[in-house]
Design a binder for this molecule. Structure first.
Ligand code: HEC
Length: 138
């Protein structure tokens, strides 16, 4: 019969090692990533809700570049030139790289920059104008 006092210490006696720091660091990083992802999402939703119904309706439509060109020659070419090369109003080549669609819509409907008048196109006509502005060379 072996003497219990002489038996080697059992492994159960060893305290459980604490979680390695690398792992808890990873968990913290994941929490930070999840938190920033939800912040970005919240900001995106906030931004979308700021867009007015007219702008949203326009952006939801697919524009016709050729009809946009027709509308441009009728309403805009007098100031911006038949080829949108600039006259009284500035050259619009590459304007869709300088301004996003919401800004372009505002430019057309707001009348905030006289002498450019305030236009009130139907959303489809505005979508067509946008398609035309996008088609201009940069
Ligand atoms: C009476 C002249 C006039 C008419 C008509 C006119 N514009 Fe303009 N437009 C201007 C002037 C002037 C500016 C510059 C305004 C400013 O920024 O001070 C401008 C600016 C713009 C800009 C911004 C250019 C940039 O580089 O940021 C866009 C886009 C534009 N017009 C599109 C149109 C469209 C589309 C139409 C027709 C629906 C139109 N404009 C009709 C005079 C006109």
């Amino acid at each position: 019969m072996p003497n219990p006092a002489e038996s080697p210490p059992t492994i159960e006696a060893a305290p459980a090692p604490p979680a390695p720091p690398a792992l808890s660091g990873l968990i913290k990083a994941l929490i930070v990533v999840a938190a920033s992802a939800s912040l970005v999402l919240a900001l995106l939703l906030l931004g979308a809700s700021h867009s007015d119904p007219y702008t949203q309706a326009t952006l939801d439509l697919v524009g016709s570049e050729s009809n946009g060109g027709r509308l441009f020659r009728l309403n805009c070419a007098g100031c911006h030139g038949l080829a949108a090369q600039g006259l009284v109003g500035p050259n619009l080549h590459g304007v869709s790289h300088r301004k996003n669609d919401r800004q372009l819509i505002q430019q057309v409907v707001s009348g905030r920059t006289p002498p450019m008048p305030r236009f009130q196109p139907e959303p489809q006509a505005m979508a067509d104008l946008l398609a035309f502005l996008h088609s201009l060379p940069s």
